[in-house]
Design a binder for this molecule. Structure first.
Ligand SMILES: [Zn+2]
Length: 273
């Protein structure tokens, strides 16, 4: 019922829903999502109390204070400015953004975003976090500064990382390719990915201070970056449509500290839910 694109073939004959006595079959909608959908982990996201909203926002040019600031080293959000609570497993339909081209063209979405549909009556709100329960390659790979947890300003901080550990953006299950800025290649065994957000170097490794790139399969995390489309018909909720953006794109985080839970492999985490 979102059909705006005239070029898209409707899923049902036009006009069928109007005046023909045919109605939505909500149990079928829900059954479709349950049968064809995927398990995802859903957490409610909201602003962390460390976020300082500057009431002098109009004075940015004079004060050079950004309107909104996240306190460094916040133990609650670890620099995200958001906290995520109440993890629960749900079933949802996931669609790649390529199937909803009109959103790209209208500028609502950017490449790499995706759309999630949830069952009627289930509520997802803007700022929520969704984690897929299957591994997917992280696009472009991640560039890491070997030993960043102890380098420069971090040498006087306790970032929570050991000398042979670096942080990953997402819980990594296995590596696809890894090489450093000098072209040296590293393989599984030189390092270990255990499903947590840490890469542990075991032997042959890039020199401290060198950059390396690793492409790996990960349990991607997504943020509902705008209020979900509410779909209602005659007082009934037809199930929300949620636009998702990858966490590292939606929530830029330059806090060097390991986050709470970063050490927990995703598989262990989902079993606790
Ligand atoms: Zn915080």
């Amino acid at each position: 019922m979102n059909g705006s694109g005239e070029d898209r073939k409707p899923a049902y004959p036009r006009g069928l829903l109007q005046g023909s006595g045919v109605d939505w079959n909500l149990p079928i909608t829900e059954g479709l999502i349950n049968n064809r959908g995927e398990n995802v982990l859903h957490e409610t996201g909201m602003r962390c109390v460390c976020v300082v909203e500057d009431t002098m926002a109009g004075q940015i040019k004079q004060t050079h204070v950004p309107r909104r600031r996240v306190t460094t080293g916040c133990p609650r959000c670890n620099g995200d400015g958001y906290i995520f609570r109440n993890p629960r497993k749900i079933v949802a339909m996931i669609t790649g953004i390529n199937e909803t081209r009109e959103r790209l063209e209208q500028g609502w979405s950017q490449p790499g975003d995706c759309i999630m549909s949830v069952r009627p009556g289930y509520q997802v709100t803007a700022g929520d976090l969704v984690t897929f329960t299957w591994g997917q390659p992280i696009p472009d790979g991640q560039i890491i500064f070997r030993g960043a947890g102890q380098a420069s300003e971090n040498s006087s901080r306790d970032t929570g990382l050991a000398v042979n550990e670096d942080r990953l953006l997402y819980s990594g299950s296995d590596a696809i390719w890894c090489e450093d800025e000098d072209g040296n290649r590293y393989q599984d065994g030189d390092f270990r990915l255990d499903g947590s957000k840490i890469i542990t170097w075991l032997g042959n490794q890039p020199q401290v201070g060198k950059r390396y790139v690793i492409k790996y399969n990960a349990y991607l995390e997504w943020v509902a970056f705008m209020p979900p489309n509410v779909r209602r018909d005659r007082g009934r909720d037809l199930g929300g449509r949620v636009a998702l953006r990858k966490r590292h794109v939606a929530l830029l985080n330059d806090d060097p500290h390991l986050r709470v839970g970063d050490r927990v492999p995703f598989c262990a985490r989902i079993q606790m839910v």
